[in-house]
Structures are given as C-alpha cells and as structure tokens.
Design a protein around this ligand. Sequence first.
Ligand code: NAD
Length: 428
Amino acid sequence: MAVVGAGYVGLTTAACLADLGNDVAVVDVNREKIAQLKAHQVPFYEPGLSELVERNYRAGRLRFTTAYEDAGPGAEYAIIAVSTPEGEGGEADLSYVEAAATSIANCMDGPLVVINKSTVPPLTGDMVSNVLRKTKAGEAAAVVSNPEFLREGSAIQDFMHPDRVVIGSHDRGAAEKVALLYSTLEAPILITPNIYTAEMVKYGSNAFLAARISFINEIARICERVGADAKLVAEGMGLDKRIGPSFLDAGIGYGGSCFPKDVKALAALAERFDYHPELLHAVMAINRDQRMLVVDKLRECLEVLQGQVIGLFGLAFKPNTDDLREAPSIEIAKVLLAAGAAVRAYDPAAMEGSRRIMPDIEYMNGAYETAAGADAVVVVTEWNEFRYLDLGRMKSSMRKPVVIDGRNIYDPAVMRGHGFTYRGIGRE
Ligand code: NAD
C-alpha cells in the first residue's frame, strides 16, 4: 500500500500499518523530509515514532520515496494523509488533496482503493473521485473516507488502540476492504453507507471538543468573577457520567494544527450551505479572547509591560509535541514584544521550530534559567517537567515572583505559601 504524506498522520499511519504486517511505501513531495527518513531520522517529535519507523524500515516493510510511480506498483490501497490547511476564507484548502489524487491517478496500474485520511469537509470524496476518473485507470478506483482521530503526543497509542474506526464510502465493498486493515485492532468499526457521513464525523468530533474547551473557559471567566475555583467546578461537573472529565481544563484555549482550522472550516462550510452556525462562531470568539487573558493578568500584576522580563514555560501548542501550528505562545509572545517586554522561553521539544518563527525571543536551557531574573513567568504549555519544580528555588531566583499559570498546573495555596503573586485561569 502507499501512504501519501509523511507528516504526523501519514508517517504514524504508515509505521503502524507496517507494524501490523503490511508492506508500506510512503510518498511525500518534500524531498528534505524523505531524505531525512532515508537517513533514519524522523523529521518531527512524536514519542516512540522513531523506534517504530526504524524497526519496520529495517524489516523491509516500510520505505520512503518522492516518486509516486515508485510507491504505486501492485498497491491495493493508497492512503491520502496530506495537509488541509486553512484557506483564505476560513474554508479547508483542498489543493494538496487534489494534487495527491491527481498524482495517484497518473500512476495507477490496477484497481485501487483510495482512502482519504486527511480531515476534509463532506463532498471532498466526490472531488477525489472526479479527479481519479479523469484517467482511464482511475475509473476503476473506489474512494473511501477514513478520518483519523489520533492526537499528537500519543499518536501510536491512539492509532493502535482507537476508540473507534470510522469508514464511509458509496462503495460498500471498498469500505469493507478498508475495515480489514483494522481487523486486528480491538475497536468498534462504524461503516457509514455514504461518504459524507464519515467525513462529517471528524468535523463534528473536533468541533464538539473545541466547544467543550470554550465552554469551560466561559465557565472559568464567570468563576473568577464570583470567587469560585474553575478547576474544582470542572471536577465536580466531570463526575457526572453524562458530562465526563475530559476536555474540561480551563486555560489558554485550544491551538494546534486541527481544532482552529477545523472549526473554522466547518463554519465556512455551513455558511456555504446557507446556515449560520451561531455556536461555532461563539466557540471561536471565546478561544480568541482566552489567549489574551494571560496578558491581561500580567498587566494587572506588573502594571506596565515595557521593560519587563517575561519568561514563558512552554511553546508547543500542547505537551509531548514540537508542533507550533496555531500555538497560543506565538500570539502571546508577539503581544508582549510589541508592548516592549523582553521575552524568553524554554520548551523541551519546540525550541528549534520556534527559533525559526520567533527569532526575537531569547531561548533558555531550562525552566530555572527561564525564571531566573524574570519579572514574571507564564505557564503556556503544561509539560510535566514544569509541574514538579523546586518552587522555593524558582521564587528566590526571580526579580519579581509573579506566576501567571495559563494551564492551572499549580495549586494556588501552595504558590501563595511560597510567596508568589499567583494568577490561574478561573481561580485566584
Ligand atoms: P503535516 O503537515 O504534518 O503533513 C502533511 C504532509 O503531506 C507533508 O509532509 C507534506 O509535504 C505532504 N504533502 C503535501 N502535499 C503532498 C502531495 N501532493 N503529495 C505527497 N505529499 C504531500 O500534516 P498532518 O498533521 O499529518 O495532517 C495531515 C492531515 O490529517 C490533515 O488533514 C489534518 O487535519 C489531519 N489530522 C491531523 C492530526 C494531527 O494531530 N496532526 C490528527 C488527525 C487528523
């Protein structure tokens, strides 16, 4: 089989399917990425992925190429896992999917099941079918939607132990053939009788999770005003089986390569079909404002930002990844720099990428070095190593002991006990 796209989703999918015993060729147009993979380097940070890629590469089940024609021969499946970034009007930019489908069509040499794993709006499967049908060989291809739900940071675990596998196609036989790929995994498989339903499951899921985050952030803002503790409120809510505890952490809001663009794309899709999605717009507006809360709290504690040294704990959009796409850190750093503050930062995985996009930040070697001499520290990403610091050591090294905890990782009473001026989100 061929996997098109060697990113977080494509490479994880390829390595996991190879590990399940399949012969997998990964094709990517990015020459540098393929060269790195051939040199035994995974181009991004994902726990356990290097080892899995290496093992299957050595076993001869996994190979890498920039040429579609090298990946194609004899393949029964082609999995599209290319980027679907935000387009100009907020809609999903499908040009990479279209280009991948065109390249597949041009090198097909037999019946093929084309599986779309990229996150795409309903009707994209039909577009892929139309592209494939432009070539004689492409007429024999079946198109299946099989959205991916893995999370960066736990991608392998999520792929191998998914909550569910969703497969949709107008061609039931092709959908069942895709289900075979997952038959050894212990997961419910939902086959939808049309492709649009499967495509929509992914958007519905991501929009719902984003809505939970904005919901709890709205509750947190109310908590702050009435003197309630949002963390405990969420705990109390989450004990209700109908609600459940996940995605109820008040904080800086959602970021990353999926939620922001997927909620926007779903809203744009709805508008295109003459429906105004009130709730999705509120979810996005709350999230936009949420990022700036930590800056407001810094202003409240420091009065002026000009000339202050602000240390950021974490840069990646979430822990256990180096991904900086739509990371709140970028916007927060920009606003602080524009206000005349000196910004320094430390992240266990995202420093290299961050240096390229934010050269005006000073990069430090660890949390203690980031805090030493700073006027305030902002917890941006809740990496575990920030949770268990020697708080006494940190406090005594700071110029002013201000901590703005954008992820509520510290206990307010403990922080005050150490003499910090502490502000969490939805709790004082
Ligand atoms: P990515 O940007 O990490 O990787 C995409 C890869 O596709 C890149 O290496 C790029 O060079 C390659 N590519 C682009 N056009 C190509 C073409 N025509 N032919 C061959 N290769 C091409 O993206 P990602 O994070 O892996 O996401 C891929 C898709 O999966 C997106 O639609 C995303 O929304 C979805 N998704 C992502 C995640 C996640 O956590 N990252 C989770 C679920 C779903």
